[in-house]
Design a protein around this ligand. Structure first.
Ligand code: 3PG
Length: 395
């Protein structure tokens, strides 16, 4: 159920779960992307004359009232973005919350203190969920990025009052559906990052769904090693070789073409501007050599595969993008995909972990079809898992 199904909102109180788990330094928000993402839902509810009470978590206070994990520093940047005052209640249940909501005018907004200051939040305690639900008339979940958590404010509460997906949640789900649910084929995936072990379920799920899957980053080293390729002193999980071979066999059986690097950029030191050379995979390396990026032939092959695809789903960088020149493959591929997406020839959806940072580094985030603000939730969704926060919204 979406906000289109929520009628007669004037004078009602909407409890809106947002994800304000934003980067903060010295009590200041350093990246307001997640605040911006929440604006359409807040504005829509305000325009409909509802009172808006925002529920959110920040960090992992483990049920303790940790002052440095208060949501208070979010109030001012949110007011600036919204162009309207935002009240703050220093508890998400009980007197402070009830009074703050009662004092709001129609269209008013209050941010309630970190729900994780109560251990009952993560325990998904039904009594606590009821207390949250008692604060309002309807519940709106606009926090896809927290939807993999079965907590009271992301799941439990939806069983107590009418529950709807917010605008950002709906956009996320539509984009993810377009990428992996009912995608335009052929579909290509790019999965990078350092470890196979953390992405085993994800890789297994993807080889059953994609036409092609390119593997990059440190995890490509593990796959190359599993094929008997010399990877010198590269970062790899050598004990995962059997698991990598299993994935290769599964991909083959399911008709998913795996694209592994055909050339790589090698250096002895991982530092900006380090001396590097490009070698064909399979060439002998010394024990000091580390594979730090995919080479130009690999990028050309990957870009050609992108050109032959209608949909791209991307998680994880292709190299050590934080340390130039080892950002070259990630930047070149991101630029190529973004240009295709901008021209309308490709649906390109990206997200999870440091993918957003890598795409921002390449200056391509705006041209992708959709970049998810979710980390763990995006990965769990790519693994094919049911997200409890999403399930609870199904009518
Ligand atoms: C995130 O930042 O990915 C979400 O807010 C979830 O946070 P969590 O991993 O602490 O549950």
């Amino acid at each position: 159920r979406t906000l289109d199904d929520a009628k007669d909102l004037a004078g009602k109180t909407a409890l809106v779960r947002v994800d304000f788990n934003v980067p903060m330094e010295g009590g200041k928000v350093t990246d307001d992307t997640r605040l911006r993402v929440a604006l359409p839902t807040i504005q829509r509810l305000r325009d409909a004359g509802a009172k808006v009470a925002l529920l959110a978590h920040f960090d992992r206070p483990k049920g303790q009232r940790v002052p440095s994990m208060s949501l208070k520093p979010v109030v001012h940047p949110l007011e600036e973005l919204l162009g309207a005052p935002v009240r703050f209640a220093d508890d998400c249940i009980g007197g402070p919350a009830v009074e703050a909501i009662r004092d709001l005018d129609a269209g008013g907004v209050v941010l309630l203190e970190n729900v994780r200051f109560h251990a009952a939040e993560e325990a998904n305690d039904p009594v606590f969920a009821q207390k949250l639900a008692d604060l309002g008339d309807l519940y709106v979940n606009d926090a896809f990025s927290a939807a993999h958590r079965a907590h009271a404010s992301t799941e439990g509460i939806a069983h107590h009052i009418p529950a709807y997906a917010g605008e950002s949640m709906r956009r996320e789900l539509d984009a993810l559906d377009a990428a992996l649910g009912k995608p335009q084929k052929p579909v290509i995936g790019i999965v990078g990052g350092s470890k196979v072990s953390t992405k085993l379920d994800l890789l297994k799920n993807l080889v059953g769904k994609l036409d092609k899957l390119a593997i990059g980053g440190g995890m490509a080293n593990t796959f190359l090693y599993a094929q008997g390729v010399d990877i010198g002193g590269s970062l790899a999980e050598r004990d995962m070789a059997a698991a990598a071979r299993e994935i290769m066999a599964e991909a083959h059986a399911k008709g998913c073409e795996l694209l592994l690097p055909v050339d790589v950029v090698v250096a002895v030191e991982v530092k900006p501007g380090a001396e590097a050379r490009t070698v064909k995979t399979g060439e002998a390396l010394s024990a000091d050599d580390k594979i730090l990026d995919a080479g130009p032939k690999t990028v050309a092959r990957l870009n050609a595969a992108i050109d032959a695809s209608k949909t791209l789903i991307w998680n994880g960088p292709l190299g050590v993008f934080e340390v130039p020149p080892f950002d070259a493959a990630t930047v070149a591929t991101a630029k190529h995909a973004a240009a295709r997406a901008k021209s309308g020839a490709l649906i390109a959806v990206a997200g999870g972990g440091d993918t957003v940072a890598a795409l921002n580094h390449a200056g391509t985030s705006d041209d992708m079809t959709f970049v998810s603000t979710a980390g763990g939730a995006f990965l769990e969704w790519m693994e094919g898992k049911v997200l409890p926060g999403v399930e609870a919204l199904r009518a």
